[in-house]
Design a protein around this ligand. Structure first.
Ligand SMILES: Nc1ncnc2c1ncn2[C@@H]1O[C@H](COP(=O)(O)OP(=O)(O)OP(=O)(O)O)[C@@H](O)[C@H]1O
Ligand SMILES: [Mg+2]
Length: 473
């Protein structure tokens, strides 16, 4: 801290601080010292009502840092901690206490989501704590801003990704798209195969001509060939009129053959011939029609394996896989998740004509940790579902669908006590777990003496008694 940095002035983001203390002179002194260095301070001090006043403010206003006295009548610092974690999950809470002993007893807290400082307050120590908190908050906000601007930077025609594998993939797309090469896209369901196919088309000279998708698995074998190549009137029973096939529709543009692994062997030979000769013959016709179509195919099947089993033609595979693009499952590129979340939030907000909701850290963590068997499609559906149900513009753990957030609450508190703050052991825990842990630690440290434990925790003995019962300690 050699140089006097003015936090709020060096950055476009203003950090808002709430100071809660029943000692008004003290609260004001803290506010003054922080205001001087550029923080935007609000004081909640109203004697015995201070805590309550703070809760009212937390309810309606946004704060980044909350500095609160621990020991207050009626609503105490722990209650403020609890409520601010619920209302403002990204806010940093700094607890002040007059008891020197609490500091050593509760150092674990400093590794968690909040900090303890003892009174009389060392102003530079407080400044350090607030600066630390605010730089974390600024980083958080910057990440969001950054991802908002990412379309230009990390995206490619709506293909979002900032993981190393997506960087490589986007790089490859950029160079392959403008060529006329046939491209084979491989990837699990929901990894973005069709999106990538469209991106390729959009970045080719064919972009003003049609992009024609055809899902092979959706078609009964008997109809497939007529869909691909078209037919003349009377070509087969039911073919009353002439029909143009997808190859002809796509002329000049791109034909996207989805689920190409589902193609029957007989059709595979015909497709191969079309690709080699660049001509088609409608079913029941004699004339060949020249076509100029770029083919992009996709599959989530293992074509190599199918070749071994004799269900996919090797020569067709080589024809299709001039360039192959492999889309990794989302669980292999978790770094993309925050960017995708932000992208979908923006997309749905625009569509629903409403502001982009905020996402709490816990939700981000839960979405980062989930396995995503349905890949990006599933993530997209989850984000959309949360937004549909959300009413307050803030996506919180409660808004998460069943099965996604649950993992985070299943840590047992035994595990928490045995392995406290190490490895950020408290981050991602519910506030109840954390509180239970602190109370258990305080009882442990005081040999079970409730009055001393209550003192240590800065809460009333009756409150402690109530909590011991509540947590069955
Ligand atoms: N990298 C990405 N960036 C943004 N959106 C994506 C990305 N990848 C996929 N999506 C979106 O996820 C959804 C599923 O993508 P898409 O339909 O392309 O997957 P797919 O691989 O074709 O799936 P399936 O095999 O089930 O047909 C789409 O809404 C798509 O826009
Ligand atoms: Mg698809």
């Amino acid at each position: 801290m050699a140089k006097e940095i003015k936090p709020a002035e060096t950055s476009e983001v203003r950090v808002r601080v709430l100071i809660v203390d029943n000692d008004e002179a003290h609260a004001q002194a803290v506010a003054d010292s922080l205001t001087r260095v550029g923080y935007d301070c609000t004081v909640a001090s109203a004697g015995a009502e201070s805590g309550k006043k703070a809760l009212d403010l937390i309810e309606v206003e946004n704060f980044d840092v909350i500095i609160t006295e621990l020991m207050m009548d009626e609503v105490d610092g722990l209650e403020i901690l609890r409520r601010s974690k619920a209302e403002l999950p990204d806010a940093e809470v700094i607890l002040l206490t007059g008891h020197a002993s609490i500091k050593s007893a509760l150092t674990a807290g400093q590794h968690g989501a909040h900090t303890y400082l003892t009174k009389p307050l060392d102003i530079s120590e407080l400044r350090q704590a607030v600066d630390r908190a605010s730089s974390r908050i600024r980083l958080l906000r910057k990440t969001f801003e950054l991802s908002r601007r990412l379309d230009e930077k990390f995206g490619f025609e709506g293909v979002i990704g900032n993981s190393p594998s997506m960087h490589r993939l986007i790089e490859k797309l950029r160079s392959v798209a403008p060529t006329d090469s046939t491209v084979l896209i491989q990837g699990e369901s929901g990894t973005g195969k069709e999106l990538v196919a469209r991106a390729i088309h959009q970045n080719s000279e064919r972009k003003n001509k049609p992009f024609v998708p055809l899902n092979i698995s959706a078609l009964p074998e008997s109809i497939l060939e007529s869909e691909l190549f078209g037919h003349e009137a009377g070509a087969f029973t039911g073919a009353a009129t002439k029909r143009i096939g997808k190859f002809e529709y796509a002329n000049g543009g791109t034909l996207f053959l989805d689920e190409v692994g589902e193609m029957p062997m007989a059709t595979q030979i015909k497709l191969l011939r079309v690709l080699e000769e660049r001509r088609i013959t409608r079913l029941g016709a004699n004339d060949e029609i020249p076509i100029n179509v770029r083919l992009v195919a996709a599959t989530n099947a293992d074509l190599q394996d199918m070749i071994k089993k004799g269900t996919f033609r090797k020569d067709l595979y080589f024809r299709l896989s001039v360039v192959t693009i492999v889309l990794p499952p989302l669980s292999d590129r978790r770094a993309d998740i925050p960017f995708l979340i932000d992208h979908f939030l923006k997309q749905f907000a625009e569509r629903q004509k409403r502001p982009i909701p905020t996402v709490t850290r816990q939700v981000q963590q839960a979405l980062m940790a989930y396995a995503w068997p349905g890949n990006i499609r599933e993530l997209r559906n989850v984000v959309e579902g949360m937004m549909v149900l959300d009413i307050d513009g803030k996506l919180d753990v409660d808004d998460l669908p069943e099965g996604i957030g649950a993992g985070h609450h299943e840590h047992s508190e035994v595990d928490l006590i045995q392995n406290p703050a190490g490895n950020d052991g408290l981050i991602g825990r519910s506030l109840n777990d954390v509180e239970k842990y602190y109370i258990a630690r305080a009882l442990e440290l005081t040999g079970g003496k409730r009055d001393e434990a209550a003192n240590l925790l800065g809460i009333g003995e009756r409150t402690l008694y109530r909590k011991i019962r509540e947590y069955e300690l």
